[in-house]
Each structure stands twice: as structure tokens, then as C-alpha cells.
Design a protein around this ligand. Sequence first.
Ligand SMILES: Nc1nc2c(c(=O)[nH]1)N[C@H]1C(S)=C(S)[C@@H](COP(=O)(O)O)O[C@H]1N2
Ligand SMILES: [Mo]
Length: 396
Amino acid sequence: MSPITRRQAVKLGIGSLAAMQTSLHAEEAAQIKQRPFLTAADDFEDVSRGTPKPHSLTGEALVKAKLTPDSWKLEIRADDFTDAVVTQKAQIEQAVTLDYKQLLDLGKEHRVLFLKAMQCLNIATPLGQGLWEGVPLRDILLLCGELTNVRRIYFWGFHNDDPKQRFQSSLSYTQVMETPPGELPVFLAYKLNGQPINLERGGPVRMVVPWAHGFKSIKWLQHIRLTNDYQANDTYAEKNNDPESHLKTAAYLDDVVVNGRSAQIAGWAISGLSGLSHVETWLRLAGPDLHDDSPEWRKAEWKSAPLDTPPDWKSVLPVDVRSNDILGFDKANGKPLSWPLRYSMVGFSTTLRNLKPGAYEVRARTVDLNGFVQPEPRSIQKSGKNGIQVRTFTIS
Ligand SMILES: Nc1nc2c(c(=O)[nH]1)N[C@H]1C(S)=C(S)[C@@H](COP(=O)(O)O)O[C@H]1N2
Ligand SMILES: [Mo]
């Protein structure tokens, strides 16, 4: 099916089902499973390569791997890559080796805090949402002094000293050094949800690339190379993935909660690179499989599902963190500069009432700030899975 057909299918739409869809009433809110705004460090879905997994190491092995705060070291070096096209090597005035204490000291002056949804390009459901704290990579690269012929930066973490297990990612020099006003910098994170980053989430130090899928956010970070190679040499460029993908604006459904003749529909939406305008749901009587090019899409009646309002930040954030200090928040009043927050998740919910007994399907989709409805815009699902999710339920 051509993208145009799909776009038409999801953009046109006049209703056939006349179920009542209204915003969530306060008394019903209690029945919906409370979804915490921040995911506990241990509750993220884990996507880690390596045998053994670096976070399964203990004791001496952990120290040898330099994965304790005392043993951790980051090495920043010039890469001597050249080829037929790239004839000049990158050079840096000074190679840098940084330990954990030095990183934390840099944090006293330069720290940034950011709420990020972590999502794998290849997994439809977000892995979790965390408050990450660290030092912008741009401030760290200043320690290298004068840079010559540096066009990209690549980095990798501990990988059992086995080159085949290396998991590497890369960014352009511009992306790292020239953060546009109001945009988010790449940073070396040393805290998650107010605590030192646990091993499973990539501690002691992890790269965080705010706008990107998880594969750019390298765990157990230990090596940075400045290179004149202008091409993305990410491990994830293999297997047909788009190494320049960014978080997609998309909705993800929880299981439906049925209560008599009502159904509570809820989920999370990620505000990706193109922003999030609103979320819509479509109720359909369970029937034949709905194919991507079914004419039914054209008749679908999509209805807005309200987004959660900003939470009470004091009760959501770690005790020693003020929302005023988080990127994307007003420094003076501590309120988000825009809602939903960029590259974060926001809950949505709606209650469908007075449903006739029967079997139903419900779908949810986002509309981004350019007016594109999910799953547009897309080239291929290998730039991030954003298919429209469906849940089924029965009213008896
Ligand atoms: N060193 C290293 N970093 C890594 C990975 C890895 O296997 N090794 N996996 C990446 C991928 S593909 C994803 S989606 C995220 C997952 O982050 P999480 O395990 O904290 O949820 O980590 C990324 N960082
Ligand atoms: Mo991933």
C-alpha cells in the first residue's frame, strides 16, 4: 500500500459508531490503574546486549570492568580513521581521561536535568520514563582543547572486552556542540530519578540523547572518539535500522478496564520530534481483521481522548529536585514551558459509556503538531515502530 493511500485513510473519516465518548469523571479516575509518571529504575524494560550482561557482574569482576563509581573511567581520544575519501585524521589538542568524581564535580557547575521517555526503535511499547541528570557532552569535549578535522563523535560502553559485543553509537559534531535555544543537549548522565544510575540502566555513567531512540543512549559508557569519519557508524545502523531516527509521536494503549456498560480507555503518548497535538481513539465492533488498506479507515470516527494535565511535580519528583531546574520548565515558576513535554510521555484517558453488549475493538492514535496523524509521517517502521495499537474488550 502506498503511503498516500494510508494518509488518506487515516486523515479522512466520518463516523459509523455512535458510542458516547466523554472525558474522564473524577469518580472513575480511581478505578484506572495509577500509572506512575516516573518509572522506577528497576521497572524499565531492559534492552542489553552482551554475554554475560554487564549488569550481572559482581564483586571483583565489576571493579575490573570499571563499572563501580570508584573504578569508572571515561577515555576521550582522537580516532585515526581515514579512507579514500577522508584523507585527514581527526586531531585533538589533549586526550582526556575522566573519573566519576571529576564528572560529578563538573556537574556542580554544568548539570542538566531532563525527563525522557526511553524507547527502543524496534519495540512498540516504551521502556520507561526517567528523570536523568548529567553534564552536557559539549562541556566535556571542551576539555580536549583545540579540535581539528572532527566531524563526528562516537562512543561505546563496557562490552566484556569482546569486540563482537561492542555496542556503539554516534552523533555529528554539530548535534553535540551547537544545542539550539530551547533544545535539549546530549549529556553524560550520572543520576536517574535522583539516585546514582543503577547497573541495569547503564550506571555508573550513561549517555543520554534526548531526542533519540534508546540505541543512542549508550549504557556503561567508557569510550568517546572524535573522528573525521562523516558517516554514522552506529551498531544500530546494521539490520536496516535508521541510525538518525528520533522518537516518534505515537500513542500506546493500556488494557481496557470494563465496568458494567462503561469502558475506560487509557494509555501513554510519546511527544516525539514533531510534537504532540492530541490523542484520538476509535471504537469499532469486533469484526473481520482490519487491514491497512481497508476502506473502513476512511469511515472511522476518531474522538479526542484528553491528555493528563501536568502532575503535582513536588509529589512526582525526587525530594531534592525542583521542577524549575529541569530542562523544558520555566526557571521562575517551575511550570512546563509546553505541555506535553518534548521527548516525554503523557497519559491519556477517556471513558466510553452506555455501550451495548458486544465485543469491541478500540484503537488510539496521535496527531502531531504538523497535523500528521499516526502512523504518518514515516518512511519505514525501521525508523521507529509507531503502528496504531488495538485492544479488544467485551461488554456483557
Ligand atoms: N552499552 C550498551 N548500551 C545500550 C544497549 C546495549 O546493548 N549496550 N542497548 C541500547 C538499546 S538498543 C536500547 S533500546 C536502550 C535500552 O535502555 P534500557 O535497557 O535502560 O531500557 O539501551 C541502549 N544502550
Ligand atoms: Mo533498542
